[in-house]
Design a protein around this ligand. Structure first.
Ligand SMILES: Cc1cc2nc3c(=O)[nH]c(=O)nc-3n(C[C@H](O)[C@H](O)[C@H](O)COP(=O)(O)OP(=O)(O)OC[C@H]3O[C@@H](n4cnc5c(N)ncnc54)[C@H](O)[C@@H]3O)c2cc1C
Length: 509
């Protein structure tokens, strides 16, 4: 028996082990520590944060994952659970505008976060749509009122959890029979505004032409509660969670890969690390993607592994990090350059599963809000294009350089003159990199897609099927991907563990 194993198993209270220090894993660890549990987190990478990550090079700092988050109360609640005030850890900022949108014909639209300004902007672009916008807000608010308690505030583990009298009575109002796009077209006449509101389906990695209109709730959440940024860069969020975790006594070991979750007699009892050590645990929480976990970490579960492989992953992303020695006035903190043909773009990504020939390009320039993230007179551009989850059809090692050129040309056409001459630092991140760095099956950004009415019910549950003391947390389980949802997933899984394995006063279960 090695040193770590003997120390841990000698203690009367074995730790809860969390596999992965993504945001879901860190949230679960913090909630579990707040219950008085000993928590040990293993993260294979040298930096915590999972898909919320960071590159610092040549004087530039780039966030490489999320650039915006919604539902700020989720972060506030997480810190409050630990008796802390989030404002002592993080400076949360609303960014104005939430996004600047450009179309190939030169049309521009600013999605202001202040309602009177937003309404004025809608009126400027399409006066007849102002009325429709207010009706759309009322419609999405109604959906939020019904789905938030059932899907977000109390993530469910199966249909039985969902069959509440409230949901059964009001279920028909959540508009799950038509697509996001069909509903959006009902409220807005302007094709520009239709594209703006359809875009919210991509916040969970899905297609507006396939995912149920229920997901119009995403735009409501952003309009009602704001689109937020963390001063200093989004990675400050990971840093703050680590600081809180350390204050709570959570042991986070980076650069430490788990290669097997140990289970016997249908009970999880520890993990094996890549150096061969076995660490005993009272319970194990897997933050790694469940599809990867069933294939690589859990022996003897082939049926579930095969079932999960059949589920549709969310889209992936093709990313360019560009340090440029030029300030481009076309760019706001968040800028979208829309494609000419949105339906075609999504058909390429989700049906043909190939990169879109004319993709919508998202550019985030955090240096506009935090100048110290780039040298003076320079910008740190995070460029993201939705890409299909990995298939045999696309070999990114071969495709990436050409796709990169296409995106740069597109940005130059949209007014970022001579962009290629102004690139001082550059890094590409492909779907293959996302898969390899975070063990994200298919390189999926948000776990599973929500392109069908039933997708939410197909997600692997928080409590693993058939193995006690084993749980999942994060974008691959409930309630889904995206910063607030994976943080909520951490809270939900800790609540499940509290119910299943209550702690006695001496710290044992
Ligand atoms: C490019 C990009 C843009 C995005 N934009 C946004 C956005 O603007 N807003 C938003 O809200 N969300 C966004 N997201 C989604 C968001 O980042 C994710 O939903 C969220 O961060 C996922 O957190 P998670 O806890 O599910 O796990 P992950 O971030 O996937 O973390 C899992 C962790 O487990 C570790 N791990 C895996 N296997 C092992 C193992 N065997 N042993 C030890 N460790 C292991 C991984 O290294 C990783 O650190 C974006 C994601 C990407 C990639």
């Amino acid at each position: 028996m090695n040193h770590t194993q003997s120390t841990l198993s000698a203690s009367s209270a074995l730790p809860t082990i969390v596999v992965g220090a993504g945001l879901g894993g860190l949230s679960a660890a913090i909630h579990l520590a707040c219950q008085g549990r000993q928590v040990l987190v293993f993260e294979k990478n040298n930096l915590v944060g999972g898909k919320l990550n960071l590159v610092q090079a040549a004087g530039y700092t780039f966030d490489t994952g999320p650039s915006l988050f919604t539902m700020p109360w989720v972060i506030r609640d997480l810190f409050a659970t630990a008796g802390r005030d989030v404002h002592d850890y993080l400076d949360l900022r609303l960014i104005e505008p939430a996004c600047r949108y450009w179309w190939p014909d030169g049309t521009v639209f600013h999605a202001w976060q202040t309602m009177p300004q937003l309404v004025q902007e809608i009126a400027r672009l399409s006066p007849l749509d102002v009325e429709g916008f207010f009706r759309f807000l009322a419609y999405t608010a109604r959906i939020y009122r019904i789905v938030a308690p059932a899907f977000l505030l109390q993530p469910f583990d199966g249909l039985r959890d969902l069959l509440t009298p409230n949901l059964l009575r009001q279920g028909w109002q959540i508009d799950s029979l038509r697509s996001v796009d069909a509903a959006v077209r009902h409220f807005f006449r302007s094709p520009y505004l239709q594209q703006v509101f359809n875009r919210y389906a991509t916040y969970n990695g899905s297609s507006p032409y396939l995912s149920p209109a229920t997901f119009n709730v995403i735009s409501y959440i952003e309009f009602a509660e704001g689109g937020w940024y963390v001063r200093g860069g989004m990675y400050e969020l990971a840093r703050a969670l680590v600081r809180l975790a350390q204050e709570l006594g959570i042991d986070i070991r980076t650069g430490t890969e788990v290669v097997e979750v140990l289970h016997r007699n249908q009970q999880a009892h520890g993990v094996r690390l890549s150096d061969g050590q076995s660490i005993a645990a009272a319970t194990v929480v897997i933050n790694a993607d469940p599809r990867y976990a069933y294939q690589h970490l859990l022996r003897g579960q082939p049926r579930i592994a095969t079932r999960l492989q059949r589920l549709e992953p969310s889209c992936s992303g093709f990313i360019l990090l560009l340090g440029v020695d030029q300030i481009y006035e076309q760019l706001a903190h968040h800028t979208i350059f829309f494609s000419q043909d949105y339906p075609r773009e999504f058909a390429a990504i989700f049906q043909k599963r190939v990169p879109a020939a004319d993709p919508t390009v998202y550019v985030c320039a955090t240096s506009l809000s935090d100048p110290h993230l780039a040298p003076p007179g320079h910008m740190n551009l995070f460029v993201l294009v939705n890409a299909p989850a990995l298939t045999e059809r696309v070999r990114w090692a071969r495709e990436a350089p050409g796709y990169r050129d296409r995106i740069i040309q597109r940005l130059e056409r949209m007014g970022l003159s001579d962009l290629r001459q102004h690139i001082v630092y550059e890094q590409m991140i492909t779907p293959e990199d996302l898969q390899q760095r975070y063990h994200a099956a298919g390189g999926a950004i948000y776990g599973l897609a929500s392109n069908t009415r039933f997708a939410a019910f197909m997600r692997p549950p928080l409590r693993a099927h058939g193995i006690q003391r084993l749980y999942f947390v994060g974008g691959g389980t409930h309630p889904g991907g995206g910063i607030p949802l994976v943080l909520l997933s951490g809270k939900a899984v800790a609540n499940r563990i509290a119910v299943d394995w209550p702690l006695y006063h001496n710290g044992s279960m």
